[in-house]
Design a protein around this ligand. Structure first.
Ligand code: FES
Length: 265
C-alpha cells in the first residue's frame, strides 16, 4: 500500500534519521555502563570473600542466606549444595535484584536500544524494518519479561534487608557511629527504595489494578507517592545502580585492606 499523501515518509534504512542531535550518545553510555556493571557483577558473584567489613555488609550479598558470615541467616554452606558447584552467598540472592533490573520497563527500553538497536532511538531507522512485523513482547522469548512483577515482590523483601543493613552500618565495635560507609549505605537505600517503589508494576499494584483509583486516603497517598517516584524512574534506576556498585566496591576495598573507613561520628 502506498503511503498517504502528506504523511511523513517512513524511515526504511537502518540508522537513517533526520535528527541532528547526538541521539547515539546516551545509547553508547548505556552500552558501556551496563556492560561494565554486568561484567563486574558476574565476577563478583563467585568471589565469596571480601563482602563484609566491620559493621558493613555488601548489598551484593545481602541478605546472606547461607555462608561463613556472622550475617548468615541459616548457617554455613548447606550440605545439599553440589560439591562440584562453586558456592557464594551472592549466588543465592543476586538473581533477585539482577532479574528485577533486567526486566524493568525502563531498562528494557534502554538496553533494547543500546544492545541490539531495535529501535536505535526515536525517529531513527530500525534494522531490517522492511517486511518485518513487530511482535512486541507477546511472544517467546520476550514474553518472559512479564515476570517483572514477581521480581518486584521479592525485591521489596530485599529492600527491607538493605534498610536493616543501614542500621547495622551504625553499629561499630565501640557502639553507635557513622562512617563514610554508613553514609554510602544510607544514600543507597534511599535511591534503591525510590527505584523499587516507583516501579511501574508497583504503580499498577497500588492504583491501576482494577482500573479504579484507590478510594481510601492511604491508598490514594500510596498511589500518588508511587506516581511521583515513577516520574523519576530513569534517574533512580541509574543513580541506584551506581550507589549499589559503589557500596560493594567500598566494602570490598576495606575488607582487602586497600582503603580505610573514615569515621565521621
Ligand atoms: S519498571 Fe523499573 S523497576 Fe519496575
Amino acid at each position: 500500500m502506498s503511503e498517504a499523501a502528506g504523511a511523513p515518509r517512513r524511515l526504511r534504512v537502518f540508522l537513517e534519521t533526520r535528527r541532528t542531535d547526538s541521539w547515539w550518545a546516551f545509547q553508547l553510555f548505556t552500552l558501556l555502563v551496563l556492560t561494565a556493571f554486568v561484567a563486574y557483577a558476574t565476577q563478583r558473584v563467585f568471589v565469596d570473600a571480601h563482602y563484609e567489613w566491620g559493621p558493613y555488609l555488601s548489598p551484593f550479598y545481602s541478605p546472606v542466606l547461607f555462608g561463613d558470615s556472622r550475617h548468615a541467616l541459616f548457617g554455613p554452606k548447606p550440605e545439599w549444595w553440589p560439591s562440584w558447584a562453586p558456592f557464594s552467598p551472592a549466588l543465592l540472592i543476586l538473581a533477585i535484584p539482577a532479574g528485577f533490573r533486567f526486566t524493568c520497563y525502563y531498562y528494557r527500553g534502554a538496553y533494547y536500544k543500546a544492545f541490539w538497536a531495535d529501535p536505535p532511538a526515536c525517529a531513527v531507522g530500525e534494522p531490517g524494518l522492511r517486511g518485518r512485523r513487530f511482535r512486541g513482547e507477546h511472544r517467546w522469548p520476550l514474553i518472559l519479561q512479564n515476570v517483572h512483577r514477581y521480581f518486584l515482590y521479592l525485591s521489596v523483601v530485599v529492600v527491607g534487608f538493605l534498610a536493616y543493613d543501614v542500621y547495622l552500618a551504625t553499629q561499630f565495635e565501640d557502639g553507635f557511629g557513622i562512617g563514610v560507609g554508613t553514609v554510602l549505605f544510607a544514600v543507597n537505600i534511599v535511591l534503591i527504595a525510590g527505584y523499587t517503589f516507583g516501579c511501574h508494576s508497583m504503580r499498577h499494584l497500588l492504583g491501576g489494578r482494577r482500573d479504579v483509583l484507590p478510594k481510601s486516603a492511604i491508598g490514594r497517598a500510596c498511589y500518588q507517592g508511587c506516581s511521583r517516584l515513577n516520574r523519576r524512574h530513569m534517574l533512580f534506576a541509574w543513580l541506584s545502580l551506581f550507589t549499589v556498585w559503589s557500596c560493594d566496591v567500598y566494602v570490598r576495598l576495606l575488607s582487602m585492606g586497600v582503603i580505610r573507613d573514615i569515621r565521621i561520628l
